[in-house]
Ligand binder design. Structure first.
Ligand code: DOR
Ligand code: ZN
Ligand code: ZN
Length: 441
């Protein structure tokens, strides 16, 4: 029999304080519930509940990440499903979508089922594998999309992330294919011919630093093409890690036309700008690249007005040797799971752009809907599965890479003071994090 928890006096979605009773995997009651001793004894559990004083804490639905690189199989030196989902739990996540650029690539039913099983075994967070769109991410022919959808992993999201599906005919066919079962194609929008050898955002600074530029148009041209293909096929497109003001404009236009399009932004594109690259530290090397302050302002505004549906981490662990080297040869990507909510608090909540209910919408409800994860992203009403994140918005911490749960250390926030802390995370009513620490399984 699972332990019953009484969360006392929590600010639910940032609103009025209430008590929340978590029993048998679900939110059993919400309201003014007295103390744990007053509760009707749970038949079978032998009585009382564990009481958690949540005065001053915000209760959110468990966060859902649409874009995580867990690296297993193949790069277990950078991350494993076990370490990555521990990091996710510490970040307040209860479900993550595991990207397909593993080794072997997740382009068959066998590999997606393997990742899904590893997630279940680890038990820290639900793992939803993303299937590759094309065999080996090569962009040449479609992967066995139907078999992955029909597998035990029930894949709904397909992406060649790390690579763009740049062939328009193949992208069209992929959209048509996933439409049959309500799936979605998540595009890493990067026109390859416009980004050959690109190292950072194209602009004045790339000229100054002598690094080959990555023009905004390389992202925007693919998004413009793909929203038109989504309209033409009537099938769902999701735009990964949108990063420029122009991309926000295109998605805003597509939505105004009623096209079936959604989009995500990463925490790092909400906070960091290309100016950080002046020191040539490869920790800031990422795909898409960090952009200008004007782009940061535009993606924040797009997230605030709902043009951008979701925050997704693009958590991209890399081993030390892939980052502790010259800029030109360093790997692209940065960690995100353990810091995402803090970055969103700083950039969106403390700026007045989103309230906590808005954060719940962009980091739980909408990503769950986009990924087709029915059990997650629900409201905090009685009867809902108890996927919860309890957050202390008044806390703050200096990020120390050595203390992260991730196997890798490539956080761009090292030494930075970020607001907020995840106090507890519940997956199906069982704590994966308590008192800010992972609960060992
Ligand atoms: O920075 C990135 N890292 N962007 C991607 O698209 C892929 C990812 C990775 O797998 O490291
Ligand atoms: Zn990508
Ligand atoms: Zn990615």
């Amino acid at each position: 029999m699972s332990t019953t928890y009484l969360i006392k006096n929590a600010s639910v979605l940032g609103g009025d304080p209430a008590d929340v009773l978590v029993r048998d995997g679900v939110v059993a009651e919400v309201g003014s519930l007295g103390s744990a001793e007053d509760l009707t004894p749970d038949p079978g559990s032998g009585g009382g509940a564990v009481e958690i004083d949540a005065t001053g804490l915000v209760l959110l639905p468990g966060l859902v990440d649409l874009h995580t690189h867990l690296r297993e199989p193949g790069r277990e030196d950078a991350e494993t499903v076990d370490t990555g989902t521990r990091a996710a739990a510490l970040g307040g996540f209860t479900a993550v979508h595991a990207m397909a650029n593993t080794d072997p690539v997740a382009d068959t039913a066998g590999v997606v089922e393997q990742v899904w099983r590893l997630g279940r075994e680890a038990g820290y967070c639900d793992v939803r594998p993303v299937g590759a769109v094309t065999v080996g991410l090569k962009g040449e022919r479609l992967a066995e999309i139907g078999a992955m959808a029909d597998s035990a992993a029930q894949v709904k999201v397909f992406s060649d992330d790390g690579h763009c599906v740049s062939d328009a005919a193949l992208m069209r066919r992929a959209l048509e294919y996933v439409k049959a079962f309500g799936g979605v194609v998540a595009q890493h929008a990067q026109e390859p011919r416009l980004t050959d050898g690109a190292q950072m955002n194209e602009g004045e600074l790339s000229g100054l630093l002598g690094l080959h530029g990555w023009p905004a148009v390389a992202e925007e041209a693919i998004i413009a093409r793909d929203v038109l293909l989504a309209a033409h096929t009537g099938s769902r497109l999701h735009v990964c890690h949108l990063s420029t003001a122009g991309s926000v404009e295109i998605v805003r236009w597509a939505k105004s036309k009623g096209f079936p399009v959604t989009a995500e932004v990463t925490p790092h594109h909400l906070l960091l700008t290309e100016d950080l690259i002046r020191g040539y530290d490869p920790v800031y090397k990422v795909n898409p690249p960090l952009r200008s302050a004007a782009d940061v302002e535009a993606v924040r505004a797009g997230l605030a007005d709902g043009t951008i549906d979701a925050v997704a981490t693009d958590h991209a662990p890399h081993p030390v040797e892939a980052k502790d080297c010259e800029w030109a040869v360093a790997a692209m990507g940065m960690l995100g799971l353990e810091t995402a909510l803090s970055v969103v608090q700083q950039t969106m909540v403390e700026t007045g752009l989103l309230d906590w209910a808005g954060v719940a919408d962009r980091m739980s409800a909408r990503p769950a809907r986009i990924g087709g994860v029915a059990e997650h992203g629900r409201g905090l009403e009685a009867g809902a599965p108890a996927h919860l994140a309890l957050v202390d918005p008044s806390a703050s911490r200096v990020i120390e890479p050595g203390t992260l749960q991730s196997l890798s250390r490539n956080t761009p926030y090292a030494g930075m003071k970020l607001p907020g802390a995840v106090v507890a995370t519940f997956l199906r009513g069982a704590p994966t994090v308590l008192d800010g620490r992972v609960v060992e399984r």
